[in-house]
Design a protein around this ligand. Structure first.
Ligand SMILES: NC(=O)c1ccc[n+]([C@@H]2O[C@H](COP(=O)([O-])OP(=O)(O)OC[C@H]3O[C@@H](n4cnc5c(N)ncnc54)[C@H](O)[C@@H]3O)[C@@H](O)[C@H]2O)c1
Length: 355
């Protein structure tokens, strides 16, 4: 029997990606080829505030689709099965809520979830209430190396998990990937508490959001495992992730290579895990589509998993503001880093302390 073809739409096509970078990355130009290569979707409509972005997108991908500047109008006029949200993070929550209320069955949004903790909670609640599937593009879960590492942890090769350390450029834009990955390693366990400190002395915007120059977060999951994330170049830990068990250590060197130190005598050799024929983005698209093919299949990029990562990040910001350990659930609904910057507690406009 021929497989069903689903109606697919994008919100936020972006300008053409001339130079990859933290402004105007054009992630829609990654979503569409990934979904298109599945052979399972028709691009029926796109919405972007800038008509020239939509026009350039269609021309670039040699597609025809109805274009809109108002995404709500698109939702009203089109029959859409799957939508990708590819705008900057400050718009994710409002757009996902709009799509959920319109009953779009599958909403796949770019990360990070939202620019505030309340925004993240509201978008998940709207999807739950409408009974639609909301997922986030933490596509690294579909990288073979990380799945191999999870398999090693499940096999018990380093014994009982004790602590996972990670390093990346920042807590929010990049950190969401690592917080999410650490959740995956630790079986989606709930987090008990978070303590964090961040430092900001220059204006540092990525995808419209302000980011710290350096940060450190320690947190404890309810199963007793500790997580540590250090951010900013000066705080390198010599690898991307170090996973410590009672009988050994795995160092994840990059997205293809790891090294295993085992008390059972394995030599600490570098092992390479190739990605295979399909990219992480293509595997993500297939996983998201499968949710419509097979009722009951829920992508592991789902909002329930993603929101744990978001909560740790926002709790780390709040810990820095509050100067204390934050026991979850996090009550502060805003973005404490933005609050500190706006108050002049830190950042380029920091007020000098009185002697
Ligand atoms: N998953 C990854 O590895 C990865 C990598 C890079 C970027 N990203 C994420 O991708 C997201 C998009 O960033 P980008 O730089 O690709 O975006 P972009 O600037 O290239 O495009 C965003 C587009 O959204 C449009 N837009 C904004 N608000 C809108 C609205 N309300 N309705 C319709 N259109 C609207 C803008 O006009 C713009 O054309 C960010 O959240 C970023 O964190 C993810």
């Amino acid at each position: 029997m021929p497989q069903k073809i689903y109606n697919y739409a994008i919100i936020g096509t972006g300008p053409l990606r001339e130079k990859p970078g933290p402004t105007g990355y054009g992630m829609a130009n990654t979503h569409w080829p990934a979904f298109s290569s599945s052979g399972r979707v028709n691009l029926v409509a796109i919405a972007d505030l800038e008509p020239e972005h939509s026009a350039a997108f269609l021309k670039n991908h040699n597609q025809t689709a109805v274009t809109y500047t108002d995404y709500q109008k698109m939702l009203q006029q089109q029959q859409i099965d799957i939508v990708s949200i590819c705008t900057w993070p400050d718009a994710h929550s409002e757009l996902a809520i709009g799509c959920a209320k319109a009953g779009i069955k599958v909403i796949h949004s770019e990360k990070p979830m939202s620019d505030t903790w309340n925004g993240a909670k509201l978008m998940k609640a709207a999807a739950d209430e409408a009974g639609v599937l909301l997922s986030f593009n933490h596509q690294r879960r579909h990288i073979k190396l990380f799945q191999h590492i999870k398999g090693l942890l499940d096999s018990g090769v380093i014994g009982k998990l004790v602590q996972i350390e990670a390093h990346c450029p920042n807590l929010y834009d990049w950190g969401t990937h690592w917080f999410d990955m650490l959740q995956y390693y630790n079986n989606e366990c709930d987090v008990e508490w978070v303590i964090g400190q961040i430092e900001s002395h220059t204006e540092h915007r990525i995808f419209g959001q302000r980011h710290e120059n350096q940060g450190m977060v320690a947190y404890r999951w309810k199963n007793g495992v500790m997580g540590v994330l250090l951010t900013g170049a000066p705080s390198s830990i010599g690898c991307a992730q170090r996973i410590i068990g009672q009988d050994g250590i795995i160092e994840v060197l990059n997205e293809r290579k790891y090294r295993l130190f085992s008390s059972k005598g394995n030599p600490a050799e570098e092992v390479e895990i190739p990605q295979g024929d399909l990219s992480d983005h293509q595997l993500t698209a297939l996983d998201v589509i499968k949710q419509l093919d097979e009722p009951g299949h829920v992508s592991f990029l789902n909002a329930t998993n993603a929101i744990r990562a978001a909560e740790v990040g926002f709790a780390a910001y709040y810990s820095s503001l509050h100067r204390g350990r934050i026991d979850l659930p996090l009550s502060y609904g805003g973005n404490a880093f933005a609050t500190m910057l706006d108050r002049g507690d830190m950042g380029p406009n920091r007020k000098a302390l009185e002697e």
